[in-house]
Design a protein around this ligand. Structure first.
Ligand code: C2E
Ligand code: MG
Ligand code: MG
Ligand code: MG
Length: 290
């Protein structure tokens, strides 16, 4: 396949290729510097339970702080994965999250922090040991850590990746499947994966309009997750109508701008209070309806 696909491509040089190469190289050099000089920072977004049984959670989201400006992950995570720098960035995010949220987590054992993990980190090896070492040194209980992975980490059926996640789960870590619905994993497969929670991708949540009729795919995804014994978090909840719809379907947790945007640790308390007030309104309306 490489022979036939590659033949014409080698011969034609397009000027854009040069720009792409320069851009990539500059981006990687910039990221290298960012990692070395502490420009990778973390913002936190609340994930709120809709029932009484679980505690507050926050998701740690990487930001690149450059000359007083904040660069969003969509501009650098792909480059970091391509260059392998995601291994160091991911470690930095985990360490910062455990350090900055350590005191908050120790106040209440039901609280937790979710950290995004790239397949590159898992395939790098010894990720499980890193997680244990970092949480231990920060005094964070493994039962208060959630690792968010996407379906793609399971694509090539990498035994070691699955083994690491299984080991971590045995030690109390929870695993969430991020952006669920955008990948290609079969439902049969889902049953075998070492995951605890499905995070429904925001594109599905965006389909819920005010006065929405039944949304078969969304309803089926949530029912299937529950059938498999998984809890469900909805991402990208922006409106009260979406929140109401998801609470009705029994979604265990909500995350989105309706509740709170991602914010630095220093202002997290205020963000959490606002988010709790917002979800309180949703739940009060739900109870009044039933
Ligand atoms: P994600 O893990 O699915 O994170 C959710 C994204 O949705 C975040 O974008 C968040 O700011 C955004 N979001 C939250 N609520 C809403 C909402 O109501 N409406 C809309 N439109 N968006 C909402 P963010 O922070 O830009 O991160 C984008 C992606 O970058 C993340 O998606 C994750 O895949 C990746 N990422 C971020 N930090 C890390 C990291 O430390 N490591 C790795 N490997 N990936 C990361
Ligand atoms: Mg995530
Ligand atoms: Mg997501
Ligand atoms: Mg995403």
């Amino acid at each position: 396949a490489a022979k036939t696909a590659g033949k014409n491509r080698y011969l034609k040089f397009r000027p854009e290729m040069m720009y792409e190469l320069v851009e990539r190289t500059e981006m990687e050099a910039g990221l290298r510097l960012a990692v070395d000089s502490g420009q990778i920072v973390v913002h936190y977004q609340p994930i709120l339970p809709t029932g009484g049984n679980s505690g507050l959670q926050v998701e740690a989201l990487a930001r690149w702080e450059l000359n007083g400006r904040i660069i969003q992950p969509r501009h650098f995570i792909a480059a970091a994965e391509r260059s392998g720098l995601i291994v160091e960035i991911g470690t930095e995010v985990l360490m910062r999250a455990c350090t900055e949220l350590g005191p908050w987590l120790r106040e209440d054992a039901a609280r937790s922090v979710a950290v995004n993990v790239s397949g590159v980190q898992l395939r790098h090896g010894d990720f499980d040991e890193l997680v244990v070492a970092v949480t231990e040194s920060c005094g964070v209980d493994l039962r208060q850590l959630v690792l968010e992975v996407t379906e793609s980490v399971f694509f090539d059926n990498d035994f070691d990746v699955i083994h690491q996640l299984k080991r971590l789960r045995k030690a109390g870590v929870r695993v969430a499947l991020d952006d669920f619905g955008t990948g290609h994993s079969s439902l049969g497969r889902l049953q075998q994966l070492p995951v605890d929670t499905l995070k429904i991708d925001q594109s599905f949540v965006a389909m819920i309009q005010t006065g929405a009729e039944e949304l078969p795919i969304l309803n089926a995804m949530i029912a299937m997750a529950h059938g498999l014994g998984l809890s469900v978090t909805a991402e990208g909840v922006e409106t009260a109508a979406q929140a109401a719809y998801l609470v009705n379907l029994g979604c265990e947790s909500l995350q989105g701008f309706l509740l709170s945007c991602p914010q630095p640790a220093a202002v997290l308390d205020a963000g959490l209070s606002r988010a709790e007030a917002a979800i309180g309104l949703t739940l009060a309306a739900h109870r009044a309806d039933h």
